[in-house]
Structures are given as C-alpha cells and as structure tokens.
Design a protein around this ligand. Structure first.
Ligand code: AHG
Ligand code: MN
Ligand code: MN
Length: 340
C-alpha cells in the first residue's frame, strides 16, 4: 500500500477523530513547510556560509537573545522562516519564540485566527557547527476567547491545554514527530517529492529501559535525589538496580527524545545549583511542554521531579524548568526519590 503523506494523514485524522479543524490543518501544513525550508538551510551549512554566530565578525560581538545566549546564524534564520511562513495564513492570533523577548503579533494587514504558536526554531544550537543533529520544536495553544491582541499572559497556559505539539530532527534523514492528542506519529521527509510521508504510526515508548541521558558534567551541582538515582544506575549489575545501564547524551533534546521514542530510555535535565537564578536549563513553554505532551501520548511520563510537567502553571514565556521524561517506570522512580 502507498504510504500516506502528512496532508492525507491530517484529512484522515479529521474524518476519524474530528481532531483537525481546517485552520489547525493549515497551521500544521504551514509549520511543516517551514520545517522543510529550515532543513534545507541546515543541510547547506558551510556551503552557504550559514555556520557560526549571528552578527559576529568572529570577535565575540555576536547578538545575544533574551536567554542571554549568543545567537547562531541558523537560530535567526530558522526563527525568521517560521515567522514569515505563519504570518499571513489567517490561522494564528500570535506567535512566541525562544529567540524573541515578547509575543510576535500578526501584522494588521493579515487576517487573524484562533491559535497561538510557540517554537524553539533551532534546538541544539551548540551542535550546528560540529555537524550533529539539530531540530525544531513547536507547541500549539488556543487563544483565550475574546482576546484579539494576545499578550504574554495569554500564552501562559499549562501544557495540558496544548492542542498539538511536534518536533523535527534534522539528522541523516529529516523526521517530523507529531501529536494531536491521539497518539504520536512520525513522518520522514521524502526529499525528491518534497513531502512528509507517514513512516511510524502510534509510537509507544517501552516502559522498561536500560538507557539514560543526562549531562554528567553537572553532577556536582545536582540535588540529592538526582544524585542518588544516577549513582544507582552507575552501580550497574552489582548495585541496587541489579542491571547495567548505558548512557547517551547528544546535547540536542530533539535527538535525545527521538531516540527515546524509537527504543526507550530516560532523559533528564534536572534543576541544579550551578546558577541558582535558573530553575533548570530547558524552557517550559517551547521545549518541556511540547516534549512532555508527545512523550505522554506515546505512553511515557514527564515530570519535574515534583509534579507532572503538563500540570505546571506557567509564570513566564521563557521560564525554565527541570525535565525528566521517557520510559514510565524510570520517570516514576526518579520522581519518587524526589518525594522521599
Ligand atoms: P537550544 O539550542 O534551543 O538553546 O537548546 C539546547 C538544549 C537542549 O537541546 C539540550 O538538551 C541542552 O540544551 C544541552 O545542554 P548542555 O549544553 O548543558 O549539554
Ligand atoms: Mn532548545
Ligand atoms: Mn533554540
């Protein structure tokens, strides 16, 4: 049988579950088109002079985003591609991004829609220049009723209110992972046809795993429950867990989460004391929430250690949060250690 394209999949979803109104379908099609454009740019790399920092002549004068991080050229390009693609279709009320301090309004000359789109235009920026997988993450919320000029507070909805979330990985192949609240599905970009083709339906994360992902160099800054959990994994067969664990850390959340969807595992970026002003490394609204939605929809779990990520009431667009997600039994165990 011929494999379904993303377009066909979205139409079937609406037919079977009534979960994809026309505007949401347009939104996903537009985002997927932007992702194709980002994938092409990422693939050009040094050929088009796209590596390195934005606005820098190599003398440390790179532009700094609201996170206090130097922006890469591709961070800025990916952000612009997503903004331009989504401005004119009439499906959005506003957008927000890792690379912009406040919400981006839809210009007055264009029609407006009922959705809010949040994105991390390029995840894993530190991997761009070393030719390791990077990606794009996005989250879709409904604009509160009656709001015509959304401000930051209209975006501050818990992750359990997401109507759709997805991410792309620009690896050996470009893959788009999507949930609309009816399971998780993956689409591979057919570069000849230029379309995303459904390649994995109803992905399930195994509940048990022997693989973990964490940046071990932060160990001395971790809180005791985190240290205990990792110490027990490292003790292997002769330790309390009675089995050996393997470690992976790509440093691109998109690639680490894709691996977990493919074969299980647990991914953690806990809160640490390295910078007490920051409640973790990853951002709630456009990294933790969409990934938590996807992981839960695939039968996994996602926690801060203290509560379900999707139930956290956000307080800021760029708020950071501790993230533990993946195979259910491991996430539940590490959360239990935080309660004890
Ligand atoms: P971004 O490139 O969007 O700022 O996000 C990078 C994130 C995430 O993808 C990854 O898991 C983590 O930062 C890597 O952190 P370390 O550099 O501490 O390993
Ligand atoms: Mn990121
Ligand atoms: Mn980013």
């Amino acid at each position: 049988m011929k494999k379904a394209t993303l377009t066909r999949f979205l139409i079937d979803e609406q037919y079977n579950h009534q979960s994809v109104p026309a505007d949401l379908r347009l939104l996903i099609e537009v985002v997927s088109r932007a992702i194709k454009a980002i994938s092409i740019n990422v693939g050009k790399g040094a050929l088009a002079g796209l590596l390195g920092e934005h606005g820098s002549a190599g003398s440390g004068d790179a532009s700094i985003n609201v996170q206090g991080e130097a922006q890469k050229k591709l961070d800025v390009i990916a952000n612009e591609i997503l903004l331009e693609a989504n401005e004119w279709g009439g499906h959005l009320a506003a957008m927000a991004s890792e690379e912009m301090e406040g919400p981006h309004a839809i210009p007055h000359r264009y029609p407006k829609g009922e959705y809010l789109l949040l994105f991390d235009p390029l995840d894993g920026s530190s991997n761009i220049d070393v030719n390791v997988s990077v990606g794009t993450i996005f989250s879709v919320l409904k604009c509160p009723e009656g709001v015509t000029q959304p401000t930051e507070k209209d975006f501050l909805q818990p992750g359990n209110k997401q109507v759709c979330a997805g991410f792309a990985v620009f690896g050996p192949s470009t893959v788009l992972v999507l949930t609309l609240g009816n399971g998780v599905h993956a689409f591979t970009l057919d570069r000849e046809l230029g379309s995303f083709v459904l390649t994995q339906e109803n992905i399930r994360i195994p509940e048990e795993t022997k693989e973990f992902a964490i940046n071990m160099s932060n160990m001395r800054f971790w809180e005791p429950p985190m240290k205990r959990y990792i110490d027990e994994l490292l003790a292997g067969k002769t330790g309390p867990r009675g089995k050996d664990f393997n470690m992976r850390w790509v440093a691109s959340m998109v690639a680490d989460v894709f691996r977990i969807l493919a074969r299980g595992g647990i991914f953690m970026y806990p809160r640490d004391t390295k910078d007490p002003g920051k409640a973790g490394r990853l951002r709630l609204m456009y990294e933790a929430n969409p990934m938590a939605f996807i992981v839960e929809q695939a039968g996994g779990a996602a926690s801060t250690g203290h509560e379900r990520i999707l139930d956290v009431q956000p307080t800021g667009l760029h708020q950071r949060i501790a993230v533990m997600l993946g195979s259910k039994n491991e996430v539940e165990r590490v959360a239990l250690y935080h309660q004890e």
